[in-house]
Write a protein that binds this ligand. Structure first.
Ligand SMILES: NC(=O)c1ccc[n+]([C@@H]2O[C@H](COP(=O)([O-])OP(=O)(O)OC[C@H]3O[C@@H](n4cnc5c(N)ncnc54)[C@H](OP(=O)(O)O)[C@@H]3O)[C@@H](O)[C@H]2O)c1
Length: 308
């Protein structure tokens, strides 16, 4: 029997145990799911950042490290990791991200905050139609693509940007440094759904924030390190950036005294944009275990050199 070690942390075990066992049964995966095991007998590891497991060296027979999170920056650089690493692509997580992104885009598009009247006055500012609002999504992977499609379905004037050139998308997609300048220049609302890698760190620095139209809105559910914090605060203070909705931060929880918390044009959400859902994610884990057992290619394999 294959030993599958749940090393994603004791706090997640009660949430995942039953869905995993159910998904294994449904997928016809014969596996001994455990929270402790002799490393030499483990054939797959279910993992999450924050796990006490940091040394993968003794897991000599392990053919899969399945991360429960979409982001892998906290494991990808682990020098002891030689086993194949797969990230989580969970339909439930994707749905959650689409809801977060469309909700926050609509908030800014419609001027919802402005139109909740608490003070005297009757300021009728009619928002443009979605078709007149340019929204750009940086990152056209699982999440960026799903969000871009949903925004387009709402009629927004959508464009995207990614590392590699893309064809066949129903909206314009650009890539590379010059492409970045082009897409930023047409962004009334910018959504950042890039992974944290050496290349994406501080991608939005002072110069690139200036490439955005004055008053642009940024929505960042990707990773905190994508944006230079000090440059963002300066751009907000001089009106270059109209508002920033931030879900992710360099340090989490965001310290109570961080300037983002009290800035009038920053919305902080506590890394809740999209969570992995145990029921749907367990089916993804089961499918990868089934593939491992049959020697088929694993789904959502991380390129360790590329970092995502
Ligand atoms: N806040 C939350 O609750 C939450 C939840 C889940 C995920 N996330 C974040 O969302 C991120 C994206 O997830 P995903 O599933 O969509 O990832 P993914 O499928 O791996 O897609 C990543 C996208 O980013 C692009 N990219 C990577 N490096 C780039 C670079 N240097 N320049 C330009 N584009 C680059 C990729 O380009 P190519 O297409 O050319 O490869 C790809 O389009 C995760 O890494 C995580 O940080 C946040």
């Amino acid at each position: 029997m294959n030993v599958v070690l749940f090393a994603a942390g004791a706090a997640l075990w009660p949430e995942y145990e039953a869905p995993l066992r159910r998904a294994f049964a449904e997928a016809g995966v014969a596996a001994d799911l455990v929270t402790e095991a002799d490393p030499a007998r483990v054939s797959a590891i279910i993992y999450a950042p924050g796990s006490p497991l940091q040394d993968f060296t003794p897991f000599t027979r392990c053919g899969l490290v399945q991360n429960l999170w979409a982001g892998v920056e906290r494991i990808v650089g682990n020098p002891t990791l030689t086993q194949p690493l797969c990230r989580m692509v969970d339909p439930g997580l994707t749905e959650g991200m689409v809801e977060y992104v469309t909700g926050h885009v609509l908030r800014h598009h419609l001027g919802m905050d402005r139109h909740i009247l608490r003070a005297p006055g009757w300021d009728q500012i009619i928002p443009p139609l979605a078709r007149e609002r340019r929204v750009t999504v940086l990152g056209l992977g699982e999440l960026g693509l799903a969000c871009a499609r949903a925004l387009q379905a709402l009629n927004f004037d959508v464009a995207g940007w990614s590392r590699s050139a893309k064809t066949g998308l129903p909206f314009p997609a650009d890539h590379g440094e010059e492409g970045l300048q082009r897409v930023l220049a047409r962004s009334d609302i910018l959504v950042t759904l890039l992974p944290r890698t050496a290349e994406t760190e501080n991608l939005l620095d002072a110069q690139r924030l200036d490439w955005l139209p004055r008053g642009a809105v940024i929505i960042n559910p990707g990773r905190g390190a994508l944006i230079d914090d000090a440059a963002l605060l300066a751009a907000l203070d001089r009106g270059q950036i109209g508002h920033a909705t931030l879900d992710v931060f360099r340090v989490e929880p965001l310290p109570d005294d961080h300037p983002f918390r009290r800035h009038p044009r920053v919305t902080v959400t506590p890394h809740i944009a999209a969570d992995t859902r145990a029921s749907s994610a367990s089916r993804v884990v089961a499918e990868n275990l089934r593939r491992l057992q049959r020697g088929e290619p694993l789904l959502h394999r991380v390129d360790l050199a590329r970092g995502y």
